[in-house]
Design a protein around this ligand. Structure first.
Ligand code: HEC
Ligand code: HEC
Ligand code: HEC
Ligand code: HEC
Length: 442
C-alpha cells in the first residue's frame, strides 16, 4: 500500500471505529460474556423499586414499578403461554411448547446462555432491566458509587441505551430480527403478528421509566427524536439488507418472504394496484419492503445532499435487479455500503429547523406523488410525519394543535393494513399539507 492509501485506510478505520465501529462491536446484552444478576437485584425499594420518585436523585428510582406494572416487556414471556402461541407452535409442529422453544425465548425474554445466568436470574422475568441495560455483573456495585461516570459504567458492561445507534440495534434485534433470531414468513403464516418498528415512536408509546432533562444531558449527551428516527431507519435498512445477503435470505427455493412487501402478494387479484410502477418496474413482481429506504432517501437529501441522487439511483437499480434477477445481491451490497458510510453522518447530525421542515415537506410531497403506495411505506411515513411534526411543535416552528384533526385522519388512513387505500392516504396527506402550511412559522 502506498503511504497515501495507508493514511486513507487509517482514517477510514478510525472514522468507522469512532462513529459506529466501536458500538457495532459491543455485543447485545443477550450475547454479553458478563453474568445477568436478575431483576430481583435491581428491584429493592432503596434501588429502582421505590414507589415514589426521589427528589434528590439523578434517576427516578421507581423504574421497576413502571416496568412491572405497565411495560409490555415485563409481560413478553407470559405471551408464550397464550392461545396464539399455542396455535403457532401447533401449526409449525414444533417439538416443545413456545415457552421452551429457544427461538421464541430469544425475543420474548432475556435469554443469555446458561453460563451467563446468575443465581437470581429467572427466565420468567421477561424482558427485564439487564435485557436492555446489559448484564450487571461488573457494574452493579460501581454504578451506585458517588463518583461513577457513565463512561466507566459502560466500560464495565452497561449497554449504551442512550446512544441512538446502539439503542436502534438493540430494539431492532427483537422488533425486526437479526440473522441469529428472526420471525420468518413461516412464523407469520403460522400466526405471529407482522412486525413494524420506528425508534422514536416506539420510545414514546412505551411507558417512560426515565426522564430526559438537563441532568441526563449533562451525564449522557444529547437526545433528539428526529435524529433517533433517522438513525433507526438507517439501522433498520442495514439490518434488512444484512438479512437478505446472509444465509437467512433464502428459504428453500424462494428468498425469505418476510423481507418483501407483504401486500405485494397479499391482496385480492381483482384489486389491480400495479404498485411496482413507482419503482419504474413493470407489473407482477415481488417488491422488497423498502419502507426504511424510502425514509432514508429523505434523510440523505439533508445529511448528504450531494450524494442523495446517486443513493436514490442505486436503490432503484437494486429494485430492478430484484425484479430481473441479475446481480440483485451485488446491488444490495452497494446500498448496504452507502448506508454504512452515511450512518456516522446521521448519528452526529444536529438536525436544524430547516432540516426538519424540509423532511416534513419531503415526506408529504413524496406521499402525494404516490411514493408510499405500499402499506409499509405509508406506515413508516406516518410515524415519521408525526415525530417530525412533534419536534417542530416543541421548537415552536409549527402550531400543532390546529394540525391535529388532519393528523388524526392521516393516522386513521394507516390504522389497518388490510384496509389500506392509497388514495385515502394521499387525500389525508393533502389535507395535512394545507394545514401545515397555514400553521407553520416562517
Ligand atoms: C425476532 C424476535 C421474535 C421472535 C423470534 C419471536 N417473537 Fe413473538 N413477538 C416479537 C415482537 C417484537 C412482538 C410484538 C410485536 C408488536 O407488537 O409490534 C411479538 C409478538 C408476539 C405475539 C403477539 C403478542 C400477544 O400479546 O399475543 C405472540 C403470540 C408471539 N409473539 C409469539 C411468539 C412465538 C410463539 C414465537 C416462537 C415460535 C415468537 N413469538 C418468536 C418478537 C419475536
Ligand atoms: C426495553 C428496554 C429497556 C428495559 C427492559 C429497561 N430499560 Fe431502563 N432505559 C431504557 C432506555 C432506552 C433508557 C433511556 C436511555 C438511557 O438513559 O440510557 C433507559 C433509562 C433508564 C434509566 C435512567 C438512566 C439515567 O441516566 O437517567 C434507569 C435508572 C433505568 N433505565 C433503569 C431500568 C431498570 C431498573 C429496569 C428494570 C426494572 C429497566 N431500566 C428496564 C431501556 C430499557
Ligand atoms: C429481547 C427482545 C426485545 C428488545 C431488546 C426490545 N423489545 Fe420491545 N418488545 C418485545 C416483545 C416480545 C414485545 C411484545 C410484548 C407483548 O406483546 O406483550 C415488545 C413490545 C414493545 C412495545 C409495545 C408495543 C405495542 O404494540 O404496544 C414497545 C413500545 C416496545 N416493545 C419498544 C421497544 C424499544 C423502544 C426497545 C429498545 C429500547 C425495545 N422495545 C427492545 C421484545 C423486545
Ligand atoms: C412472495 C409472496 C409473499 C410475500 C411477499 C408474503 N407472503 Fe405471506 N404468504 C404467501 C403464500 C404463497 C402463502 C401461503 C398461502 C396459502 O397457504 O394459501 C402465504 C401465507 C401467509 C399467511 C397465512 C395465510 C393463510 O391463509 O394461512 C400469513 C398470515 C402471511 N402470509 C403473512 C405475510 C406477511 C405478514 C408478509 C410480510 C411480512 C407476507 N406474508 C409476505 C406469499 C407471500
Amino acid at each position: 500500500m502506498t503511504a497515501h492509501l495507508r493514511s486513507l485506510a487509517a482514517l477510514a478505520s478510525w472514522a468507522l471505529l469512532h462513529a459506529t465501529g466501536a458500538i457495532a462491536a459491543t455485543p447485545l446484552p443477550q450475547y454479553s460474556h458478563d453474568k445477568t444478576l436478575g431483576v430481583g437485584t435491581c428491584a429493592n425499594s432503596l434501588c429502582h423499586g421505590a414507589i415514589e420518585t426521589w427528589k434528590d436523585s439523578n434517576v427516578l428510582q421507581n423504574e421497576y414499578i413502571t416496568w412491572s406494572r405497565s411495560d409490555k416487556h415485563a409481560r413478553a414471556y407470559r405471551v408464550l403461554f397464550n392461545d396464539k402461541s399455542k396455535e403457532i407452535v401447533k401449526k409449525l409442529a414444533l417439538p416443545e411448547p413456545a415457552y421452551k422453544t429457544e427461538l421464541c425465548l430469544d425475543c420474548h425474554t432475556h435469554n443469555p446462555k446458561p453460563a451467563q445466568r446468575g443465581e437470581r436470574y429467572q427466565m420468567s422475568d421477561g424482558i427485564a432491566c439487564e435485557a436492555c441495560h446489559g448484564p450487571a455483573e461488573r457494574w452493579v456495585v460501581s454504578h451506585v458509587g458517588p463518583e461513577a461516570t457513565h463512561a466507566q459504567n459502560v466500560e464495565r458492561g452497561l449497554y449504551l441505551t442512550n446512544d441512538d445507534v446502539a439503542r436502534a440495534r438493540l430494539c431492532l434485534s427483537c422488533h425486526m430480527g437479526t440473522p441469529e433470531k428472526l420471525v420468518t414468513h413461516k412464523l407469520m403464516a403460522a400466526g405471529h403478528p407482522r412486525m413494524s418498528f420506528e425508534l422514536d415512536t416506539f420510545t414514546h408509546i412505551g411507558p417512560h421509566h426515565f426522564q430526559i432533562d438537563a441532568d441526563w444531558i449533562r451525564r449522557k449527551g444529547s437526545w433528539d427524536g428526529v435524529r433517533a428516527w433517522a438513525v433507526g431507519q438507517a439501522v433498520a435498512a442495514q439490518n434488512q439488507l444484512a438479512l437478505l445477503l446472509g444465509p437467512r435470505g433464502r428459504d428453500g427455493l424462494f428468498p425469505e418472504l418476510v423481507l418483501f412487501d407483504c401486500h405485494s402478494c397479499h391482496h385480492p387479484m381483482g384489486d389491480k394496484r400495479n404498485t411496482a410502477a413507482r419503482l419504474g418496474a413493470g407489473p407482477g413482481f415481488v417488491r422488497l419492503n423498502d419502507s426504511s429506504l424510502l425514509m432514508l432517501r429523505q434523510i440523505a437529501r439533508r445529511v448528504v445532499p450531494a450524494e442523495a441522487d446517486a443513493f436514490a439511483r442505486q436503490i432503484a437499480l437494486m429494485h430492478k435487479a430484484v425484479a430481473s434477477g441479475s446481480d440483485a445481491l451485488v446491488h444490495a451490497k452497494t446500498v448496504e455500503q452507502l448506508i454504512a458510510d452515511m450512518l456516522p453522518k446521521i448519528s452526529t447530525r444536529r438536525f436544524s429547523g430547516d432540516d426538519v421542515k424540509a423532511i416534513l415537506h419531503g415526506l408529504i410531497d413524496d406521499g402525494i406523488a404516490g411514493q408510499y403506495t405500499d402499506y409499509a411505506g405509508a406506515e413508516q411515513a406516518v410515524m415519521a410525519v408525526q415525530s417530525v411534526a412533534e419536534f417542530m411543535g416543541r421548537q415552536k416552528l409549527l402550531r400543532t394543535r390546529p394540525v391535529q384533526p388532519a393528523m388524526k385522519r392521516l393516522l386513521a388512513s394507516v390504522a389497518y393494513d388490510e384496509k389500506f387505500q392509497p388514495l385515502v392516504f394521499e387525500r389525508a396527506l393533502r389535507d395535512l399539507k394545507s394545514s401545515v402550511q397555514a400553521e407553520s412559522n416562517q
